[in-house]
Write a protein that binds this ligand. Structure first.
Ligand code: PBG
Ligand code: ZN
Length: 325
């Protein structure tokens, strides 16, 4: 006689549903958006399905479609046409925030990424010194906090600094409070690692850092993958400086970090399923080596298991049709 013990609850859809501990819902998702100045038609992003470099107009159409399909939370990346060294012009992105808020008002939740890598001539996330071998912390932090203030004043619900300079959360919180933007949230990319999983994003955001040799990519400001303690220190510091939401990025290779950090710091936690992770899933399904929906849902489940409250994913806009049936 066969003995069923743990298998008994796995035998029917009913008991699998009833016993499930982790439940995904489309309300937990944030969809990244790219809006690019100076292009006349929206452009595809290599390897990322259903994700575009939008024009100002196609951006609004896409958001309208997403809102109708049940995705109402977004993370916006603005890509200005003109690159600079120290003085940055944020008007393009400010205008896009105003457009979005005029059109969708309180129905939308709009987070805006705050960084300099789409603005600088060299693609680094901060201001470079004269000799080109150091990213200057102080000047970078002031440039970042003025950008954050402009985005908040234009109506962003949340600003999300992704640069990894020291002390930027305190500076941004101060700037927001002084400009009557005390309700604006800060979602900090606290545990952001120096990762190889950012490839398609850098094409989309026009932010590939040059002089790789002099600076070794972004390793002088993003966290070394072999230094998990830095992720904890960085998240504790950001919590202390006034961040409202903390983040781990990339997602899948850093679930251990999320598990540890979310058990130690009781703030809300976001996880970012990066462009390179997404590309892995897209290519696997493109070659019929796995099912796209299944791969996303399984990886998202792992993120909730590790302690995420919200997930930033390029496939967020598919979540309503995959999860709500
Ligand atoms: C840049 C930034 C990056 C991402 C968000 N903001 C990449 C980087 O640091 O080069 C990653 C997004 C992704 O790969 O999906 N500040
Ligand atoms: Zn950057």
């Amino acid at each position: 006689m066969a003995e069923l013990s743990l298998r008994r609850t796995r035998l029917s859809t009913a008991t699998r549903e009833l016993t499930r501990q982790i439940r995904l819902s489309s309300g937990q998702f944030i969809q990244p958006l790219f809006v690019v100045q100076g292009i006349s038609e929206r452009e595809a992003i290599p390897s990322l399905k259903d994700t575009w470099r939008d024009t100002s107009l196609s951006l609004l159409k896409q958001i309208d479609k997403d809102m109708n399909e049940g995705i109402k939370k977004f993370l916006l990346f603005g890509v200005p046409a003109k690159k600079n060294e120290t003085e940055f012009d944020h008007q393009f992105i400010v205008d896009r925030i105003c457009d979005i808020k005029n059109e969708f008002g309180k129905d939308i939740w709009l987070a805006v990424d705050v960084c300099l890598c789409s603005n600088t001539t060299h693609g680094h996330c901060g201001i470079l010194n004269e000799t080109g071998d150091t990213i200057l912390n102080g000047p970078s932090v002031s440039a970042l906090s003025s950008a954050a203030e402009l985005y908040a004043s234009a109506g962003a619900d949340c600003v999300a600094p992704s640069d990894m300079m020291d002390g930027r959360i305190a500076a941004i919180r101060d700037a927001l409070n002084l400009s009557q933007n005390e309700k604006t949230l800060i979602m900090s990319y606290s545990a952001k690692f120096d990762s190889g999983f950012y490839g398609p994003f850098r094409i989309a955001a026009d932010s590939t850092p040059d002089n790789e040799i002099l600076l070794n990519g972004r390793s002088s400001y993003q966290i070394d993958p072999g230094r998990p303690n830095d992720a904890l220190l960085s998240a504790m510091r950001d919590a202390d400086e006034g961040a409202d939401i903390l983040m781990v990025k990339p997602g899948m290779p850093y679930l251990d970090i999320l598990k540890t950090l979310s058990s130690k710091i009781p703030l809300p936690w976001a996880i970012y399923q990066t462009s390179g992770e997404s590309a892995g899933i897209e290519l696997t399904s493109k070659y019929n080596l796995g099912n796209r929906q299944r791969l996303y849902v399984e990886t998202w489940t792992s993120m909730l298991r590790a302690g995420a409250n919200m997930i930033i994913s390029y496939a967020a806009r598919s979540a309503p049709k995959w999860l709500n049936h």
